[in-house]
Design a protein. Structure first.
Length: 244
């Protein structure tokens, strides 16, 4: 399929002035619950397949650093999520969709994290990587057998295997503005806020975890259908395990 470049991020000035929505996204009062018909319309619009295989690049800011880059690539049901420093050196890697399931790697230490999750990268551990990619691509974070249901307050819930979230949407055009997850053991609930939309595609994402961690993503480039294959999954030892 042809290469299609879709967007560039908003300027830092726009972020400092309050993360106003991109031109073409009209604001809607958030205190007016959406009715059942409108929620069904939102689900139909945001629940459809993504526009293609995604390749996206973000500026990543976390409490300890503001000079990181995060890249996300998706090819069919497989993908890679990579965090690199300002010089391009890879710090961490998440892989999914391969025969070994989801893998988490500490590339500085050169090892695989046993039982890892996305909390060390995005601050949210409960949402699986494929659902994260759909959210970043402007779609409902639901796939496969995930159950999507309307709520009484004009939102939607997504329930999957060992995770759930409540999604807040706005119309004209339909877009997701918040995703809230339940509290976990030892921590409060987590929240993802999405702004600077171009259509349904968010240009700015803020993740707040229940234990005080946070991360901000600013989209710098996104293209569809540019990949023919993904990088190979690294073969690394488990972190903290030494060979006899």
């Amino acid at each position: 399929m042809p290469r299609r470049s879709l967007c560039r991020s908003a300027t830092a000035l726009a972020l400092l002035l309050g993360f106003g929505l991109a031109t073409g996204c009209r604001s809607t009062a958030g205190d007016v619950p959406l009715g059942e018909e409108r929620i069904a319309e939102a689900q139909a619009a945001l629940g459809k397949p993504m526009s293609g295989d995604m390749a996206a690049l973000y500026h990543l800011r976390i409490p300890s650093s503001g000079g990181l880059r995060l890249s996300v690539v998706q090819l069919e049901s497989s993908g890679r999520l990579t965090v690199s420093d300002q010089f391009g050196a890879m710090i961490s890697l998440v892989t999914w969709g391969n025969a070994g399931g989801t893998g988490f790697y500490d590339m500085r230490e050169g090892c695989r994290i046993r039982g890892g999750d996305l909390s060390s990268i995005l601050g949210v551990s409960a949402m699986p990587p494929p659902q994260v990619v759909r959210l970043l691509g402007g779609r409902l974070p639901a796939s496969g057998g995930d159950l999507v249901s309307p709520t009484d307050d004009g939102r939607m819930t997504v329930v999957g295997d060992d995770w759930s979230a409540t999604v807040t949407v706005m119309p004209d055009p339909w877009r997701i503005v918040a995703v809230d997850g339940p509290a976990r053991s030892g921590a409060g609930g987590w929240r993802i806020r999405l702004k600077q939309h171009s259509g349904s595609l968010p240009g700015w994402i803020r993740v707040d975890d229940g234990d005080g961690r946070w991360a901000e993503l600013e989209l710098t480039g996104l293209e569809w259908d540019t990949l023919s294959e993904l990088p190979a999954v690294p073969s690394l030892p488990v972190c903290g395990v030494t060979a006899d």
